[in-house]
Ligand binder design. Sequence first.
Ligand SMILES: *[C@@H]1O[C@H](CO)[C@@H](O)[C@H](O)[C@H]1NC(C)=O
Ligand SMILES: *[C@@H]1O[C@H](CO)[C@@H](O)[C@H](O)[C@H]1NC(C)=O
Ligand SMILES: *[C@@H]1O[C@H](CO)[C@@H](O)[C@H](O)[C@H]1NC(C)=O
Ligand SMILES: *[C@@H]1O[C@H](CO)[C@@H](O)[C@H](O)[C@H]1NC(C)=O
Ligand SMILES: *[C@@H]1O[C@H](CO)[C@@H](O)[C@H](O)[C@H]1NC(C)=O
Ligand SMILES: *[C@@H]1O[C@H](CO)[C@@H](O)[C@H](O)[C@H]1NC(C)=O
Ligand SMILES: *[C@@H]1O[C@H](CO)[C@@H](O)[C@H](O)[C@H]1NC(C)=O
Length: 443
Amino acid sequence: MKSTTRSSVGAAVVAAAQLASAAPAAAAAVVPTVHMPVHMKYGDNNKFATSLVLPYSGETVEVCYDLGSPDFWIFAPNATQNWGCRYLDCQGPCNASVSEAGSYDPSRSAAATPVEPWRANYAYGGGLSKQYKSDKIVNDTFTFTNPNGYSTTVADVRVALVYYLQQRTQIPEQNTCAEKPAYDFSIMGMAPYFSSPDPKVQNTTGPSFRQNLLEQGRISAPVQSLWMEKAPQDVRGTFTGAGLLGGIDTSKYTGPLVRIPRLKDLGYSLSEYYTHAANLSFNGVTPIPIDSTNTTACIIDSGAVGDSHNPVDDDAYFNTTGLRLNPKHPTPYRGSYLSWPGRCDDIPADRFFEYSMAGVREGETAVVKVPLRNYARFQDPVDEAMGWCTMAISLRGCGLNSPFLSAAFFAADDESGEIAIAQGGVAEQGSGVDASKVVLRIP
Ligand SMILES: *[C@@H]1O[C@H](CO)[C@@H](O)[C@H](O)[C@H]1NC(C)=O
Ligand SMILES: *[C@@H]1O[C@H](CO)[C@@H](O)[C@H](O)[C@H]1NC(C)=O
Ligand SMILES: *[C@@H]1O[C@H](CO)[C@@H](O)[C@H](O)[C@H]1NC(C)=O
Ligand SMILES: *[C@@H]1O[C@H](CO)[C@@H](O)[C@H](O)[C@H]1NC(C)=O
Ligand SMILES: *[C@@H]1O[C@H](CO)[C@@H](O)[C@H](O)[C@H]1NC(C)=O
Ligand SMILES: *[C@@H]1O[C@H](CO)[C@@H](O)[C@H](O)[C@H]1NC(C)=O
Ligand SMILES: *[C@@H]1O[C@H](CO)[C@@H](O)[C@H](O)[C@H]1NC(C)=O
């Protein structure tokens, strides 16, 4: 999810020298990493996520695993969600309680530290569409799992406690209290951490899960990789994979892992991972010309539901891909999701988008094939009633988000400011992390 904090690029945090000594001498060759099990379920508003096991009940809370923001927060008990106002930063007439199933109560956890005051406003989406407000912070020991049964327990995790969510609702039918807009119970930001004496640098609000691991010596560099395994057989199945903090598992992609340009210093809020628009083609044969004059920077964001394409000619795009505008799309078109004019099960398994990106090094190209079926992630009732399948792609803008990442392998080294992409979606389901194939830096 794109955060709306104003930011420019700051000094990378270097703690490698201090941290080298933290690794046990006997395992000097082993890269210290933290394996975060991730998944992406079928259904509305689902993105990359990990399941946080509440330390006192064993119940889980779905936590968005978000490359598009840096901070980690979760709802406190008895939190309020508010909506129904279409204007900037205004409180709406509608309130509802955040369900207990989506909240964490540190007072019930034996390992939690005393809560401390912490005033922060975590804002996401264009035009401050979601503002999560926190007033407290705590450390606890949490376990993270996914449906493969992988589980990682991390002690002394620092998390902000959110008591209030205000959502700006710009679609008229959401400006009634009858329909509750979707939201997240918790977001774990994986975007780079910034802290610099340079007054031009916007420091990360925090807490940053990755930065805490780095400072605690559990990882030795601000490096991460993220991949999904082979797609589930069922078009409505759950994708599973892993986020690896502190290293790169080189056994989880095919072809080369190619460094691509990371756009920085372009002014407003490019502290997340941005690159140029990719060349697009369908089934590897038909090019889809992209309007690159209006598409200067594309975010890579596991916390956003759909991808965005910006074809020069919409009709040609529809002819080539077989996709259609959703029958209830607003006129003029305002970025609603596209549709496949048939059942999701009938989307041919051999159709794919091919994204091709020029590498940083002369002559290198990153190529990622994303099966068309990977875009069937949830249903719009209007499509469903027509026997159509909603697809998590919209036109205009540029987003390499959850569907793209379901078939891509992503790696980042925030110390050198490098990012890299390879073909993902190839590892066996449940294959976890192969420690013997993990390297510290982008190879
Ligand atoms: C939440 O609200 C309920 C009902 O008002 C109250 O009984 C409970 O103590 C509250 N929980 C916390 C942690 O404040
Ligand atoms: C909604 O909740 C907020 C925060 O608790 C409160 O300030 C506001 O008055 C409530 N609005 C309504 C209509 O109950
Ligand atoms: C950001 O944090 C650094 C400490 O790392 C501090 O020196 C600096 O003043 C902070 N910058 C701002 C704009 O608050
Ligand atoms: C909580 O975690 C932070 C970040 O890892 C650490 O710096 C701090 O010392 C911890 N606080 C307590 C009270 O354990
Ligand atoms: C770029 O966007 C502007 C404003 O939306 C539009 O008027 C213009 O036609 C676009 N340029 C191209 C090449 O499509
Ligand atoms: C799309 O296909 C229709 C029907 O075959 C054809 O009439 C139209 O010219 C095509 N449009 C483009 C832009 O290719
Ligand atoms: C992208 O397309 C342009 C125009 O066809 C071509 O010149 C360029 O080599 C392509 N780049 C990649 C990485 O495929």
